[in-house]
Unconditional design. Structure first.
Length: 157
């Protein structure tokens, strides 16, 4: 793959990739942008190791997910008083209830739900990204649906 081909693939899939990252970051667009930039840099530095160019998206999503996990482990969530008050008094996002529910899922459950429903990927494609079997992905989707249903039904009471 040439540098130009890499750039073309990134540009064509950028919107979907950032939407996925925003989802796994539970609506935090700033964190998603940071992770996207890190993931694109990692991918650019390693694009010559990609063996099958047809699996570029799965490869990139895997890098994005791994970058998210690394970022989650390293970051400490501290907020100063002024920032907390700004967030507390801001208008809620239309998806805030969904993002709160997604935040309570495990990272793996969150990822399969977002890839399946938001990115419209098949179980087989998700299995490639997550490096899991199709059966494992189906099981994670089933568990995630049950958890989401419980979380959303209790939050609307």
């Amino acid at each position: 793959m040439t540098r130009e081909q890499f750039i073309t693939k990134v540009e064509s899939g950028q919107k979907a990739f950032r939407r996925f990252l925003t989802g796994i970051c539970c609506g935090d667009k700033f964190m998603a942008d940071d992770i996207a930039q890190d993931a694109y840099l990692k991918a650019y530095l390693a694009f010559d190791t990609l063996e099958d160019e047809t699996k570029f998206n799965a490869w990139l999503y895997r890098i994005g997910y791994n970058t998210f996990i690394s970022h989650s482990r390293q970051s400490t969530h501290t907020t100063d008083y002024a920032e907390a008050m700004t967030v507390a008094h801001s208008e809620p996002d239309d998806n805030s209830e969904l993002y709160r529910a997604l935040d309570r899922l495990s990272p793996k459950e969150r990822m399969v739900v977002l890839l399946f429903y938001m990115e419209d990927l098949s179980v087989k494609e998700i299995a490639e990204i997550t490096q899991a079997t199709s059966a494992a992905v189906r099981q994670q989707l089933t568990r995630a649906r049950i958890h989401l249903r419980q979380l959303l039904s209790t939050s609307s009471l």
